[in-house]
Design a binder for this molecule. Sequence first.
Ligand code: EPZ
Length: 418
Amino acid sequence: MQKLIIDGGLPLNGETEIQTAKNAALPIIAACILTDEPVTIENCPHLNDIDAMLNIMRHLGCTAEFFGDNLTVCCRDVALNVINSDLTGKLRSSIFILGSILSRCRRAYISHPGGCEIGLRPIDLHISGLKGLSVKIVDDCGVICCDGTDMKSGVINLDFASVGATENLMMAGALLDGETVIVNAAREPEIVDLAEFINAMGGDVRGAGGSVISIRGVKKLHGCAYTPMPDRICAGTVLAAVNATGGSVTVKNVVPDHIFGITERLKKAGARLSVRGNAVRITADARPRPIHKLETNVYPAFPTDMQPQFCAMLARASGSSVIVENLFENRFGYTSELVKMGASITVKDRIAVVNGVSSLHGATLKACDLRGGAALVIAALAAEGRSVVYGVEHIDRGYECIERTFAELGGAIHRAEV
Ligand code: EPZ
């Protein structure tokens, strides 16, 4: 077990390079099942969530090995082992692997991933979408048994623009005769990245990034080397931290369009930002301005995965902000930890009212989920005095060595054994 020790109150200055996107790499790794040839995923981040996905791939008979930052995955043969709850429990979003296994093997068995700290995480859209492709699905004591021997292409209309369900259906259609069309598809950049990866393997996916995606099945897909997109949430996390502590930082390896919904809100919170190529420079005063109303929603709106980090930043704003969480029903759990630091936050259902205070003080804190943990780090960097953050394993699911990122920018933060 490890903890982070943070002595807050210092501005962040300098430059940092953003890691490759976890939420792009995960479905891309799953999509390696679509070919029996080796695939190299370049600059793949070293994260707990990636490790969890690789364990699932190895459980299915694939080989997966890092050579430095490059990950080589080969699914020459795929064993139809049940992906049990030990595996799905560590990675709720692993449900999207169903599509690639069905595409390749026409059968798949996976334990229900269940809920997590931020919500129930239902999979009804995944199941109804695959049934729309004539996959027969039964839930046998918590194991989802899929029979795709008669599966065929079709038009699937998603009731909600689910990221994972869109990814599942893209992979399900990749090797299916005919054209599969997803209507009301998710438009996140990670969807575009997955489409580009499938096409790099010889697939035919069109319209990704829009609400209607067409997948024309091909007979075979070949191996390739691919570099997934930069992590827009990691970029947003660093930018929110600078606006929380004050300072001047250049964030490199970003796609400015991907973080437009984030940078526009940072400007409302007082940050000054400039874009040069694939770098964003932020300059911030010591205290943020409030944001009257901040609502999360599907891309290109403000992303739910940035909600906790903005709340931590706004805890010291020069006024009150209202945050509305429209995606997940339980994503304010971290606010009780911020209140320990002197924050004034009231939560009711999906709304948090943040009355900015002039200063936060250090405290002993417990991270309970990935982005909530990042929020605690931001608050501790901006607080006066020492904080200790436990539950670092949650943060390590999505951030490669978060303490190194902020220490390199002048933050007094280090990791220690509990
Ligand atoms: C992806 O999760 C991301 N994870 C999440 O990031 C992100 O918060 C989420 O998309 C929304 O952007 C990965 O990409 C690995 P959804 P996913 O299906 O696919 C409901 C992080 O911090 N829903 O778009 O699970 C669901 O309950 C993680 O990196 C159904 O009702 O998200 C939620 O309210 C957290 N039925 C909403 O849709 C379904 O069948 C969004 O879910 C599926 C989803």
